[in-house]
Design a protein around this ligand. Structure first.
Ligand code: KG4
Ligand code: ZN
Length: 386
């Protein structure tokens, strides 16, 4: 029955609220948690073991990150097959499935990490942006679990999770860095000066890159979400048959536009002999145009800001053609380039556990309420007190 399934459940939650509020008082001046015995806990230097929960869209992700030991365990349940027949994510189905999968997934991850709930010191959950119902599942479970355990919880911005995902790798970037965030819902170039210090330099004025990949894949009959399938198909395409435009590269600025490319793919498909070679050649021309455009804008942003480190994050960051060309750009510009491992480019619990851990270490924690935010601009993310 899970954590709160017994008759004593509601009473336990109520009691744990009271105990929590007596036991842990957040001291804004000192940015430390004051315990009832008068001891102060130094957030920055203590060891944190944080459970991370991601449920903003169609993936239920859970992980345990430890500030001393690193990532201890993670697991993901993808709802892709659930939504496939509808050609896109159905919000109500997504929320219900998070309800079904989240608690078993938490149990699985704790078992994998050989950690009991009482050994956790914090809980982080994605609070936005995303599908409101889906977000509220993760927020409600994360917040209640923290309350019942008497430990702090923290709300994490989904895009901050993506941005910081390369920190889980062997060669992590150091602040400040330039980040290209390319996901199903966002395309952004961001100057990252520190935790919670994000200046958006450019973004898409229409479709996000992942969205353009998915729409183009759909019209080529590749199913949904089709980014990875389009990449596989592009490998068998012949270069040079079609030359698609590199949108908005002929004018100054760092914004993007991808909706025209998808239309170009559509008209090329409609007007041609619709066979397998046309399909593959369109996939390659589309991917090449997207990658070139992203590289041109990254070069511009590196030159404009003088930053020496580049982070590529978000689902489209798994694309190998993009990685190869970004590697070349970094070599040409004398910069370092950092990616999360491919499975952490797409949505996952590890990035939320990591980002939440950094915020808890900096002295941030939730107040008594919680909420989900369907819309939450990245540059409105708070700078943690530390
Ligand atoms: O970051 P993510 O998991 O979800 C959002 O926060 O939106 O990104 C999902 C997006 C989808 O549009 C998917 O088609 C795209 O990332 N994607 C790819 C590849 N793998 C995933 N696009 C291009 N090439 C890939 N290999
Ligand atoms: Zn995402």
């Amino acid at each position: 029955m899970g954590y709160f399934g017994t008759a004593a459940g509601p009473l336990r939650i109520l009691l744990s609220h009271i105990v929590l509020h007596l036991a842990v008082v957040f001291d804004n001046n000192n940015r430390n948690f004051l315990l009832t015995n008068g001891a102060r806990v130094d957030n920055q230097h203590r060891q944190w073991r944080v459970l991370g929960i991601e449920s903003s869209c169609d993936e239920t992700g859970v992980a345990v990150y430890d500030s001393a030991q690193g990532l201890m365990a993670e697991a993901l349940f993808s709802q892709v097959s659930l939504h496939a027949e509808y050609g896109g994510v159905v919000p109500e189905l997504a929320s219900r499935d998070h309800v079904r999968k989240l608690i078993p997934l938490i149990d699985e991850v704790l078992t994998k990490a050989a950690v009991s709930k009482s050994m956790l010191s914090g809980v982080a959950y994605t609070a936005g942006p995303g599908l409101l119902g889906a977000l509220l599942v993760g927020a409600a479970v994360g917040r209640s679990l923290a309350w019942s355990l008497g430990i702090p919880s923290v709300a994490v911005h989904h895009m901050e999770g993506h941005l910081l995902a390369p920190m889980l790798e062997a060669n992590p970037p150091r602040y400040p860095f330039l980040a290209l965030l390319v996901s199903g819902g966002h395309t952004m170039l961001i100057e990252v000066s520190g935790l919670g210090q994000y200046q958006v330099l450019g973004e898409s004025v229409d479709d996000a890159v992942g969205e353009a990949f998915d729409k183009t894949a759909k019209l080529l009959g590749l199913g949904y979400p089709g980014g990875a399938a389009l990449e596989r198909l592009a490998r068998s395409g012949s270069a040079g048959r079609f030359e698609f435009p590199r949108p908005m590269t002929d004018r100054p600025g760092l914004d993007f536009s991808f909706s025209g490319l998808k239309t170009r793919a559509l008209t090329t498909w409609r007007d041609g002999e619709r066979d397998d070679s046309l399909r593959a050649d369109i996939a390659l021309a589309f991917q090449q145009a997207v990658v070139d455009t992203l590289v041109i804008k990254c070069r511009r942003a590196l030159q404009q800001t003088g930053l020496r480190s580049l982070v590529i994050a978000g689902g489209v960051g798994a694309n190998q053609a993009l990685r190869q060309q970004m590697q070349q750009l970094a070599a040409e510009q004398g910069c370092s380039v950092h990616y999360p491992r491919p499975e952490f480019c797409t949505d996952n619990g590890a990035m939320i556990a990591y980002a939440g851990c950094q915020r808890l270490m900096a002295g941030e924690c939730d107040g008594p309420g919680f909420t989900g935010r369907a819309r939450w601009p990245l540059d409105q993310v708070s700078r943690p007190p530390g």
